[in-house]
Design a protein around this ligand. Structure first.
Ligand SMILES: NC(=O)C1=CN([C@@H]2O[C@H](COP(=O)(O)OP(=O)(O)OC[C@H]3O[C@@H](n4cnc5c(N)ncnc54)[C@H](OP(=O)(O)O)[C@@H]3O)[C@@H](O)[C@H]2O)C=CC1
Ligand SMILES: N[C@@H](CC=O)C(=O)O
Length: 352
């Protein structure tokens, strides 16, 4: 399995660290042996070696100088390829899409996916744009081209919110889904309850790698809105679009309201909701005041939680990290394992 990583920020480096240091167990359990052949990043630079890159050297340069310029030259090393050229011209068979989530168009990541599929390459991604804006089209294109499309990390990072619903809970109809789906705002709300200012709480969330490159996406609720759209499309089988979701940002809440609620044993949470109603699907992302008895009221910090209301299995709540370097890197690893099994299955069928 030869990987090209597009976007080498928090998440791309998170995956690379796991592959460099903690992948042996996965190899023993699954037989998967991934090799990173290319990295393409606006900020840190781009490298391609068809024989594989030395991840220890790459990660050291990223951590110390923030640039790949000093990576040692070799006869096979190519520098400076942009994302599209990396997809088309390298020998990678799996594209890892970890670039910027554009909340208006989903581009250029949608084009990255389409280009990869046309070149018969698999895609795993944490970028929410393509799945929120174009899931149906992309999943059909992947199937037509016989390639894998993985997107577990787009909702709740390394906590398997999508895989749980799409595999373990199969056969249920989800009547309602409620979740705390944005780590940044939940972290901010938790800090603000203890008196921290909005700006300091946001700054900390950014420093910890939770926030989007443009944190407006987090605080105005667009990031959670995208996740609601992804859940509706991929888990509930409903073709919801971003325009169908009511959205209210965190800024509408005053710091005093947050602290007063806490003194009354209540908590404000940015809640994402999708409900099947007699009038169709109703979806929203907004701050809601929860009683302490509510199953989502105790969720602190960058932790996320989701409750699936299932017609057969009842209410099932899953809690775990909603953002973070290692956690989101792990989400990509879990998709790579799934992709490895998909590739193995294809190989068996081809050899029959
Ligand atoms: N951080 C997290 O916990 C989570 C993040 N995600 C998603 O994963 C993706 C990556 O997030 P994260 O690593 O935190 O973001 P970062 O901003 O840390 O890293 C993204 C990197 O990609 C580069 N980049 C952007 N566009 C391109 C492009 N077209 N070609 C090459 N490089 C590009 C950026 O460069 P520059 O800065 O110069 O633009 C930056 O270096 C995002 O889509 C995010 O929504 C999903 C779940 C959790
Ligand atoms: N910015 C997002 C990162 C994961 O999707 C968040 O804070 O949850």
């Amino acid at each position: 399995m030869k990987l090209a990583i597009l976007g080498f920020g928090v998440v791309g480096q998170g995956l690379a660290e796991i592959l460099a240091n903690q992948c042996e167990k996965t190899r023993q359990q699954t037989g998967m042996a991934p090799k990173v052949v290319a990295i393409s990043d606006f900020k840190i630079g781009s490298l391609y070696d068809p024989n594989g890159l030395d991840l220890d050297k790459v990660l050291h340069l990223a951590a110390t100088v923030g640039s790949l310029e000093d990576y040692p030259n070799s006869a096979t090393l190519v520098r400076g390829l942009d994302a599209m050229t990396t997809i088309v011209q390298t020998n990678a068979d799996v594209i890892v899409e970890a670039t910027f989530t554009d909340i208006k168009t989903g581009e250029p990541a949608i084009t990255h996916c389409k280009t990869a599929f046309a070149a018969k390459k698999h895609v795993v991604m944490t970028n929410k744009g393509p799945i929120a804006m174009a899931y149906k089209q992309l999943s059909e294109l992947a199937a037509e081209n016989g390639v894998y499309l993985g997107f577990e990390g787009t909702v709740m990072s390394g906590t398997p919110a999508l895989r749980l619903a799409r595999t373990a809970l199969i056969g249920n109809t989800f009547t309602e889904v409620n979740g705390i789906l944005n780590g940044t705002t939940n972290y901010m709300l938790t800090q603000m309850e203890d008196g921290m200012s909005y700006h300091d709480a946001l700054k900390q969330a950014q420093e910890k790698g939770y926030a989007e490159a443009d944190p407006t996406s987090d605080v105005e609720g667009y990031d959670a809105l995208y996740k609601i759209v992804i859940l509706a499309n991929t888990v509930m089988g409903e073709a919801l679009t971003p325009d169908d979701v009511e959205r209210v940002g965190l800024k509408t809440l005053l710091a005093a309201e947050i602290q007063t609620a806490k003194q009354q044993g209540k908590r404000w949470k940015m809640l994402g909701t999708i409900r099947r109603t007699a009038d169709g699907m109703k979806a929203a992302v907004k701050p809601i005041l929860l009683d302490s008895s509510h199953p989502l009221s105790s969720i602190d910090g960058a932790t996320n939680a989701i409750t699936y209301s299932c017609d057969l299995a009842g209410d099932i709540t899953l809690t775990g990290a909603g953002a973070g370097k290692k956690e989101t890197g792990y989400a990509l690893l879990s998709d790579l394992v799934d992709c490895h099994f998909f590739m193995e299955e294809n190989r068996k069928v081809t050899n029959q």
